[in-house]
Design a protein around this ligand. Structure first.
Ligand SMILES: O=C(O)C1=C[C@@H](OP(=O)(O)O)[C@@H](O)[C@H](O)C1
Ligand SMILES: C=C(OP(=O)(O)O)C(=O)O
Length: 453
């Protein structure tokens, strides 16, 4: 279905979410009653990004089956192609578009510009690859993403022997002057603002002449499951990451094995659909739920029951059934900050207060998500207070109004969750969900049609 949308020149950045203008308001559909639906979702953003990078650096061609096709992954494909990697579409084995055959370049070549869009994975994972390419590679991003922290990657690359030119702000745009090889060795990074700095260096590390001896030197290390996902993806390709202690990783130089990979459905994108069951007291099944996974979205199995929901599994079908009354939660979400917008939306509809903490770093996601969630919920009559590293959410009756999405896919889907039970919520720029789920509006209305009670 998405094959025609895939090739970058034809890719429709709004997908099925297209409204006439990016800033048109999308009236969030109200659920007629408890939803009851079965939903299948496209591939994981995080797995697709890692497997594209590892395939590009591997010792032979790799086939990615059922990868995600979205704005972030198109940016990744185009970035790697710009460095000389061949990425071809193959007939899709999944419901959501083509498979991808990745053939590494004989020699990675720079002298190019890479457009990261809004993708943290592209702006963090690709600069070390550009260090391995011959020639300068300039990195830039959407205006809204130019402020995202990049200092840790820029300074780490310099410490590993790569010349990087920036304007001194530690942000995009900047140019990596690749010489065809990276010395590598020991380096310290502060990954308090994003785990992606660690993943980025680990992904390319075995291709550095001296490998990598990486230490995290900072107060907090968020999103550890995403680092573990990186380590597992490397292990599956024959690269061992030794971790003598928390926050310290060692990778020896060596080859990255080519490998055909099945990409799992995106379990973080399952969050709004499962939240729909919670807030309407209905039941939503996600198909294709993996038996075991490195995705942090699997934590929803333990997180949603805290609100009173019930979770059951039948083979690869995971079903969440909502409670009659939603309970507030006290939650440290350090490991799963990506899930915060959906969980905060549920908490805003609970009957008792919630505090969700450990997520100061999500101020550096697509937008300052703590400020954005507080502003939009309070705009609908909520009582949400920003904490240094989280949010306090007091239950209040909410009313309709405009929900700004701040060019943030998960802000848009959080608004849609609220809109299921609060009439009159209108979401600005719902097309921004194409960052990871170009089919969002279609899947959302299909879920509601399935489940009109
Ligand atoms: O490596 C990855 O694929 C990701 C890591 C996490 O980043 P942070 O550590 O910046 O939260 C997560 O929130 C993001 O959506 C994807
Ligand atoms: C933080 C996110 O994205 P990114 O990979 O751009 O950091 C996200 O998808 O919630």
């Amino acid at each position: 279905m998405l094959i025609s949308k895939y090739s970058a020149p034809d890719f429709d950045p709004y997908g099925d979410n297209r409204t006439d203008e990016p800033n048109t308001l999308w009236p969030a559909p109200v659920a007629a009653g408890p939803v009851s639906a079965s939903v299948s979702l496209p591939g994981s953003k995080s797995l697709t990004a890692r497997e594209l990078v590892l395939s590009a650096l591997a010792d032979g061609p790799s086939l990615l089956r059922a990868p995600l096709h979205s704005r972030d992954t198109v940016n990744m494909v185009e970035a790697l192609r710009a460095l000389g990697v061949t990425i071809e579409e193959r007939p899709g084995s999944g419901e959501f578009g083509s498979d991808l055959l990745v053939t590494p370049a004989e020699e990675l070549l720079g002298s190019t510009t890479i457009e990261c869009g809004q993708a943290g994975t592209v702006m963090r994972f690709v600069p070390p690859v550009a260090g391995l390419a011959l020639g300068p590679t300039m990195f830039d991003a959407d205006d809204s993403a130019r402020g995202r922290p990049m200092h840790a990657i820029i300074s780490a690359l310099r410490a590993l022997g790569v010349d990087v030119n920036d304007d001194g702000r530690g942000a995009l745009p900047f140019t990596v002057h690749g010489t065809g090889s990276v010395r590598g060795g020991a380096v310290e990074v502060d990954a308090s603002s994003s785990s992606q700095f660690v993943s980025a260096l680990l992904l390319s590390a075995s291709r550095f002449e001296e490998g990598l001896d990486l230490t995290h030197a900072g107060e907090r290390l968020p999103s550890l499951p995403h680092i573990e996902m990186t380590i597992a993806a490397l292990a599956a390709r024959g690269v061992t990451v030794e971790s003598p202690e928390v926050g310290h990783w060692i990778v020896r130089p060596g080859a990255i094995a080519a490998r055909d990979v099945d990409i799992e459905p995106d379990l973080s994108n399952a969050a709004p659909f499962l939240a729909a069951a919670v807030v309407t007291g209905g039941s939503v099944t996600i198909t294709g739920w993996p038996a075991s996974t490195t995705q942090v979205g699997a934590d929803l199995i333990d997180l949603l029951p805290l609100f009173g929901a019930t979770v059951t599994r039948d083979g690869d079908r995971l079903t969440v059934t909502g409670p009659e009354r939603i309970q507030g939660v006290q939650l440290d979400l350090t490991t799963g900050g990506e899930l915060a917008p959906a969980l905060v939306a549920i908490a805003a509809l609970a009957e008792s207060p919630s505090e969700i903490t450990g997520i100061g770093h999500i101020r550096h996601h697509e937008t300052d998500r703590l400020a954005a969630l507080a502003a939009e919920l309070n705009g609908l009559g909520g009582a949400v207070t920003e904490l240094e590293d989280g949010l306090r959410i007091e239950p209040r009756p909410l009313h309709g109004g405009v929900w700004r999405s701040y060019e943030d896919h998960r802000m848009a889907t959080a608004g849609a969750i609220v809109g299921l039970v609060v009439p009159g919520v209108e979401i600005e720029n719902v097309g921004t969900t194409a960052k990871t789920l170009p089919q969002f509006t279609e899947l959302w209305s299909r879920m509601l049609q399935d489940g009109a009670a």
